[in-house]
Design a protein around this ligand. Structure first.
Ligand code: PLP
Length: 471
């Protein structure tokens, strides 16, 4: 299996090569040269597998340069009961909707699932090449903690994670700063999230600094993350259908960077019987606007308000180019034309293609507001006694508009309610009880270094502590 760029430049690469680099050298995104297929025989054979075994089989269709026994070992290490308390449970919330429990990992969000695989895969790839990686990132809370919990204790990887001082919740701070591993460096920057991101851009954009210090990233465009997410859809399909007949299911996906639902799109293109892919947005609904009108118009930071589903407050969806590539017949010239149009007009107009979104690709979409979230959290709680987090509530709210009853509607649970207790309190008037393990985390000693929003200070910090390649 070879990987090429959506913009057509550069040489074809292996899975491991795309794993270790970020953007393709021509500014595009890595995509598989041909999508593998999932056959009815595959699905039959995969029914009895554990999540880790299934992951090895599905990821194995992509990571053909990793010997299968090694890949199986990486998946067993990632999806062990020590990290994931239970194996992606499916829980019905009414006679039409079922939640897919993807948030059983250490940071209580679905990002743990793909990130844990990525951590083990990176360490393995670095062992084979003899390299090291210093991951530099900025976080407003969720991605950074999933990355740190996945990469803690690795020998060939260190993490330098910038976060805005005083601007994260107590829970988010505890989740990151309570880690005592030597390879995890939390930096509280005197500024806002954009300042953190600017610092990362400045240092990553300096080729000399970047190569001297072996800088890398684990952001949502990483193809290994997209690949590991395809497993959710296959697992959920296998659990929601029965042995005798193959039938379709639909998925509803709370979306921000278009990473999770892109994996659903790949699963569907590979042959998994999916009827609809329901994209749920919050008030920052650039993607819903696209699927309704065919016009993609990213918004500036000052037009991206903070909402009660903060992980979806994204107005420039970094994985969207991979979908446009498929929509444009996998023609890099047409993808380039779209991005030139975006640069000159601020939008991409694909309004001639809107009929194909649902008919050919199964995509439909909707927007959920703060009010919808509160009402949905309340109604699910009243009907079932189950609490859902605000992002999952966006998914449930939009899924209800499309559920038809003739196929199961599976809603991906992207986080646990404990992470967003304020909104839960607003919805149902109850203070959530934290588990003993979370209590321990909240009161644990914290390890963090404050720095000014200065590139010089960050360079010095990294210069002193970055891992260095061996002889
Ligand atoms: C990251 C995240 C999302 C959005 O997922 P994308 O892959 O960026 O579309 C939704 N909900 C939660 C809780 C998240 O952390």
């Amino acid at each position: 299996m070879q990987y090429i760029s959506t913009r057509g430049g550069g040489a074809a690469r292996t899975f491991t090569e795309t794993l270790l680099e970020g953007l393709a050298s021509d500014g595009g995104l890595a995509v598989p040269a041909d999508l593998p297929t999932i056959s009815a025989e595959h699905l039959q054979q995969w029914r009895s597998l554990s999540y880790a075994e299934l992951a090895g089989n599905v990821i194995g269709l992509f990571a053909t340069d990793i010997p299968r026994p090694d890949l199986m070992r990486l998946c067993q290490a990632a999806y062990t009961p020590a990290v994931f308390a239970s194996e992606v449970p499916l829980r019905a919330i009414d006679d039409q909707l079922t939640l897919v429990g993807l948030s059983e990992g250490p940071t209580l969000a679905f990002k743990d699932m793909a990130m844990q695989f990525l951590g083990h895969a990176l360490e393995y790839a670095l062992e084979r090449t003899g390299g090291v990686l210093n991951v530099l990132g900025a976080t407003s809370g969720d991605t950074g903690s999933a990355a740190e919990h996945a990469l803690r204790g690795m020998d060939r990887i260190a993490v330098f994670m910038l976060s805005p001082q005083g601007r994260m919740s107590d829970f988010q701070r505890a989740q990151m700063y309570s880690l005592q591993d030597d390879n995890i460096h939390n930096l509280a920057v005197e500024g806002v999230f954009d300042d953190c991101q600017d610092l990362v851009k400045e240092l990553s954009g300096d080729p000399a600094f970047r190569s001297t210090h072996h800088l890398g990233a684990v952001n949502s465009i990483n193809l290994a993350r997209v690949t590991a997410q395809i497993v959710y859809y296959v697992w959920a399909w296998l659990r929601a259908t029965d042995d005798q007949q193959t039938h379709e299911v639909s998925f509803a996906v709370p979306s921000g960077n278009f990473g999770n639902i892109l994996s659903g799109h790949y699963a569907r293109q590979m042959g998994l019987p999916i009827r609809q892919l329901v994209l749920a947005a919050n008030e920052n609904n650039v993607l819903d606007e696209f699927f309704r009108t065919g016009i993609y118009r990213p918004r500036a930071a000052d037009q991206t308000p903070s909402t009660s589903s903060p992980s979806m407050d994204i107005s420039r969806a970094s994985n969207f180019e991979r979908f446009v590539y498929d929509l444009q017949g996998r023609d890099p010239q047409r993808v380039q034309a779209c991005w030139s149009e975006l640069a000159s007009t601020g939008a991409i107009d694909l309004s001639d293609e809107t009929d194909r979104f649902a008919a050919e690709f199964g995509f439909v979409s909707g927007t959920s507001t703060h009010r919808d979230r509160l009402e949905t959290i309340r109604s699910v709680y009243d009907a079932t006694g189950q609490l859902i987090d605000p992002h999952t509530a966006d998914g449930v709210a939009v899924a209800r508009r499309y559920a038809t009853g003739d196929v199961p509607m599976l809603v991906l649970e992207t986080a646990k309610p404990e992470k967003f207790s304020q909104t839960i309190h607003e919805a149902i008037g109850v203070e959530l009880e934290l588990s003993p393990a979370l209590h321990t985390m909240m009161s644990a000693e914290q390890r963090v270094t404050s720095i000014p929003a200065s590139a010089a200070a960050l360079r010095e910090f990294i210069g002193e502590r970055a891992l260095k390649a061996g002889p």
